[in-house]
Design a protein around this ligand. Structure first.
Ligand SMILES: [Zn+2]
Length: 161
């Protein structure tokens, strides 16, 4: 129980398998990004963090229960982890990266599908948002108008008879 975020924890593998299976490609523990994010989707400029509910202090979660002994130590430790998490996400955001956090409890068998689907939707939305055309210009002359002038030949381009 020494590391805050150990490598290849089971919840993280669940997320990786889902993403890979749905065509999302990623890098692991990107060394040049703050906080060495677990899963980095370059195409989506998104970092996915898979957080243990206890270590990262998942508020209101039943898996986040302070041990009775030595509780002052744990309170401080978890508070520090949470602080670091939000600093990392702030830095990423300043660099133009999105951060998505998935919690261990959201990856339990009963809830997994719902949260993974919502992760995929969020990624699609981010991609669309990032690639939105700045300005939409209506073409002045549409093919249909041109076709009227020269006997519908324009309309038959895809379907020559
Ligand atoms: Zn939780």
């Amino acid at each position: 129980m020494a590391a805050v975020r150990s490598k290849d924890t089971k919840p993280e593998i669940i997320v990786r398998k889902y993403l890979w299976g749905h065509g999302f490609r990623y890098r692991l523990n990107h060394p040049r990004l703050p906080g060495k994010p677990d899963i980095v989707l370059t195409k989506y400029r998104t970092c996915v963090f898979v957080n243990g509910c206890f270590w990262h202090g998942h508020e209101g979660c039943r898996f986040f229960v302070m041990p009775k002994s030595n509780s002052e130590f744990w309170v401080r430790k978890i508070a520090r982890n949470r602080e670091r998490d939000s600093e990392v996400q702030q830095k990423l955001s300043d660099m133009g990266w999105h951060s998505i956090t998935l919690w261990e409890c959201q990856l339990k068998p009963a809830k997994r599908e719902k949260y993974l689907e919502s992760l995929a939707h969020t990624l699609y939305r981010i991609f669309l948002e990032d690639h939105k055309p700045r300005k939409y210009v209506m073409p002045e002359e549409t093919p249909a108008m041109a076709a009227e002038e020269n006997g519908n030949s324009f309309l038959n381009v895809d379907n020559p008879l």
